[in-house]
Design a protein around this ligand. Sequence first.
Ligand code: AMP
Ligand code: ZN
Length: 468
Amino acid sequence: MGLAVYNTLTGKKEEVIPVEEGKIRLYTCGPTVYDYAHIGNLRTYIFEDVLKKSLKYLGYEVRHVMNITDVGHLESDADAGEDKMARGALREKKTVWEIARFYEEAFLDDCRLLNIEKPTVICRATEHINEMIEFISLLEKKGFTYSANGNIYFSIDKFPDYNNLARLSMEELRAGSRVEIDINKKNPLDFVLWFTNSKFSNQIMQWESPWGKGFPGWHIECSAMSVKYLGERIDIHCGGVDHIPVHHTNEIAQSESGLGHKWVNYWIHGEFLVMDNEKISKSKGDFLTVAKLIEKGYSALDFRYFCLQSRYRKQLAFNFDSLEDARKSLKRLRGRVRNIAESRNENETIDTVELKAYKDKFINQISDDLNLPNAFSVLSEVIRDGKLNNSEKLYLIEDFDRVMSLELSTETEIKSSIDSHWIEQLVEERNQARKEKNWARADEIRNLLLEQDIEIVDSKEGSTWRYR
Ligand code: AMP
Ligand code: ZN
């Protein structure tokens, strides 16, 4: 049996059957790089990482594409409000380009600390403007668009299956687009494919297009880039649940209208991380990041472990008491693994037939819509097992950790495995931040490295690093 997941599109748990045998084409919506990722965003990326690693564990070859939104995302997902990138630039007195590259790098740093594997392709919206223009032209040729007040809109009334993913009442769907009424829209749920100057007079990121100089709407980048890098039929597309009623609904409308056939077979959505029963939101300003958790003495992997203790389709309440419990429990687990590693003896042999029963148990759990809490129970059984020898136990622990990625057995070897290129880049970035008197970022990088037991040594000539 393959992996069964809850498919938002059908509302059922289904076994994933890929378009091409043995291969999975996976697209995950990436970050909008105008600020740090908050721990809620990161919960979603951790869930997607576990999904991808589970598929790989089951033997699939996974081609994973993730976009970086560095243009076009307005405050509301439904085209209203301020431009997010411009707001970041104004806040930090930098150019939008600097903001984009800085927060993209910060996001990738977070992912590295969380052991989130890099996608096969990471693609920036600003580097795919031509692909987007081509896609919009195709939609225009097929009669799905209209122009009003200089902007090009997608007409949802031309796409009868518009509500298939969200299955909401029109009232509920409209709630997503209520922030600001755009009188140019024929239907309030229509969305912008291309903005011209008419939207923001001071827009810095602008490109020539058949409709005038301007910039793309947010949704079109995912359709254009996924077709470029994954082809016309995708197996799995993911994101957080907030993407269901607007972003993903619009992605489907434009992609299937342009391609003329079904686009994605399985839509999988991660539920929110909440604090005090509220959604964590970047626009509220003060939000928790990985760097802030590290400042408070937690490691990024404590947070990963915390996330893996619950099912991805359930809301997860974050508070420091629960994170503390997670930290202690991960520490205990590693201690047990260390005891097992130290108690091995040379004469032990690994009987793979014996181990198969445990591997099957583990597979059953991850295949059941990524039941990670139960997968941890299988791990505990292995640790307690009276018949397995220590080498066999360690073999299984390392094998399961291919999915969990908590460095359960490599804690003592972490130092030597840290990518020195990554350290050099961070030291360089910190030197630059110090030149620009960006002390907050400089301190943040120092803490990031300290968390990995790497100390920065500052001198007049610049900074170097060493292991503590
Ligand atoms: P953004 O950078 O805002 O486009 O969001 C990046 C990802 O994080 C998207 O997949 C969102 O659906 C997801 N997301 C946003 N807020 C939360 C939250 N509080 N908990 C979990 N995922 C979230
Ligand atoms: Zn997307």
